[in-house]
Every structure is written in C-alpha cells, then in structure tokens.
Design a protein around this ligand. Structure first.
Ligand code: CU
Ligand code: ZN
Length: 172
C-alpha cells in the first residue's frame, strides 16, 4: 500500500510538469487593462492562476481564443477555441467551447484574482491551448444562457479589453 502511494506521488509529479504563461495587455494601449496568467498542468485538469488589473468592477468574459495573434483590437485572435464544433457555454457545462473559461470578477480596485481549475483545457493533445490567445472582455459572459443567437457563439461578452498569447514557460 505504501509503495503504491509513493508510485502515485511520483506519477503526480511527473504529470505536473508542463506550465504555460500569458501576459495580457491591450495591443493598442487604450484600455489600460493588463495581467498575468499561469497555466499549471495537473492530473485533474489545468490550474489557472493570475491577476488582471485595470478592469471595471464586476464580471468580465474570459476565454481562450483560436489564435495567438495580438494585432490591435485583439480581433485577430478569432473565435473561442472550439475543436469539437460545439455551441458556447460555461466552464461547468458539458456543451461548451474548449476555450470557455467563463468570467473573472474584478473587485472595487479593478483587480480580478484568477484562481480556477478547468478540466477541459489542456497543455497537450487536441485541447492544447499553447500558442492560442487569452482574451478579457468588457462585459459579462452569459455562459450561453442569454436566449439569443449571439449567446450561443460568444456569450455576449462584448469587446476585447486585453489579450495575450499562451506561451511555454521555462519548465514546460
Ligand atoms: Cu472571448
Ligand atoms: Zn465560447
């Protein structure tokens, strides 16, 4: 039993290696929103940790988009990363885009502390987000429950305040 526990612990360490990071900013420098997100691979999913500053208090849509292109407006990041051709949803829904991480919530100082575990995004395989884009939006993602067509595509999260590319960290 003890040997089994040691084996499980070693397996966990071996599987927790990959780490990726994204530095978020407005490519045009207008919104003043910036942040830093780290993605830790674990046996239970990807742990997403970081901070986003310069937001209006409240919820802001937070997604992985298809492309890592930070051209002005963050528009070249494309749509939500969606390799299974699903409709938009929330992070806890079965039917969702791989990139649907829901919302982050800024406090009265405009800071959102990000701390979430996601079982769908990955740092390898089909659901790999490395090289793709992280986008923070100006309004709340309705998680596909808005009752209109746009809700099932984007969650009506509005314009793109800041974005960044998910890159391999030194210990990837
Ligand atoms: Cu988005
Ligand atoms: Zn989506």
């Amino acid at each position: 039993m003890f040997k089994l526990l040691i084996f499980a612990a070693l397996l966990t360490v071996a599987y927790s290696q990959r780490q990726a990071v994204a530095y978020l900013a407005d490519p045009e420098g207008k919104s003043g929103v910036n942040g830093n997100i780290t993605f830790y691979e674990t046996p239970f999913g990807v742990f997403v940790v970081g901070e986003v500053h310069g937001l209006t208090p409240g919820k802001h849509g937070f997604h992985i988009h298809e492309y890592g292109n930070i051209s002005p407006g963050c528009k070249a990041m494309g749509s939500h990363y969606n390799p299974y051709n699903m409709t938009h949803g929330g992070p806890n829904d079965k039917i969702r885009h791989v990139g649907d991480l829901g919302n982050i919530e800024a406090d009265n100082n405009g800071i959102a502390f990000v701390n979430m575990m996601d079982r769908v995004i990955a740092l390898r395989g089909v659901n790999d987000i490395v090289g793709r884009g992280v986008v923070v939006h100006n309004t709340t993602d309705d998680l596909g429950k808005g009752g209109d067509e746009e809700s099932l595509k984007t969650g009506n999260a509005g314009s793109r305040l800041a974005c960044g590319v998910v890159g391999k960290n030194s210990n990837f």
